[in-house]
Design a protein around this ligand. Structure first.
Ligand code: IMP
Ligand code: MG
Length: 200
């Protein structure tokens, strides 16, 4: 089964631009965006540029998971600045079970920011274990496993400018299974003729 484009670059840009406007509206004094590496790197870079009327500072955290769905995570790379008294938005690529975000929010809240909220490009509420208020939310997924625009399998597919849905069992068995299709030949398009029409 081929992968399908779920959000093309234009649809991604629309979500980014809307979320940037929402964050800007709620943060007249400026905002510190905390990107969760590596998945949110592309999103946070575009989001920062979509916020034009107030200053944006950027910081990053990197988290590892000890075991899938266990909720036991470890900070691999911590923030470079003190967030005490700051207006902070944590930026995620996708919120699935919510365990990663719950851990991060707990960590950051203990450092006494003035405001703390969460922004995710993709939300998959059907698998949520820890409920969490997502003040800024891009696209809501059904059950699709997604790749591209920061999202990966074995670090592949992150640089695709769109979000594609694929079969998790296919990439678990063969991580590069969708490379030929999604990168295609002659690039510059959504990956070639095997990719069907795009849905926003
Ligand atoms: P959570 O802690 O279950 O909410 O998981 C969030 C993390 O799982 C994300 O930041 C991703 O790294 C990863 N993840 C969840 N769903 C997907 C997916 O469909 N594709 C790729 N990575 C995913
Ligand atoms: Mg993430």
């Amino acid at each position: 089964m081929p992968a399908t484009v779920l959000l093309d670059a234009e649809a991604v840009a629309k979500h980014v631009s809307r979320l940037g406007a929402e964050i800007e509206r709620d943060h007249p004094d400026g905002v510190l965006l905390v990107g969760v590496l590596k998945g949110a790197l592309l999103f946070v870079a575009d989001l920062a540029r979509a916020i034009r009327a107030v200053p944006v500072e950027l910081d990053f955290m990197s988290i590892s998971r000890f075991a899938p769905d266990s909720g036991r995570v470890k900070i691999l790379q911590d923030l470079s600045s003190d967030i005490g008294g700051r207006d902070v938005v944590v930026v995620e690529d996708i919120v699935d079970t919510g365990l990663t975000l719950a851990y991060l929010i707990g960590q950051l809240r203990s450092r006494a920011p003035r405001n703390l909220s969460a922004c995710t490009l993709l939300d998959r509420p059907s698998r949520r274990i820890v409920p969490h208020e997502l003040r800024y939310r891009g696209f809501v997924l059904e059950d699709e496993f997604v790749l591209g625009y920061g999202l990966h399998t074995r670090d592949l597919y992150r640089n695709l400018p769109f979000v594609a849905a694929g079969d998790p069992e296919v990439v678990a068995a063969t991580p590069a299974a969708y490379v030929e299709q999604l990168y295609g030949r002659g690039a510059g398009n959504a990956g070639g003729s095997s990719i069907g029409p795009v849905v926003a």
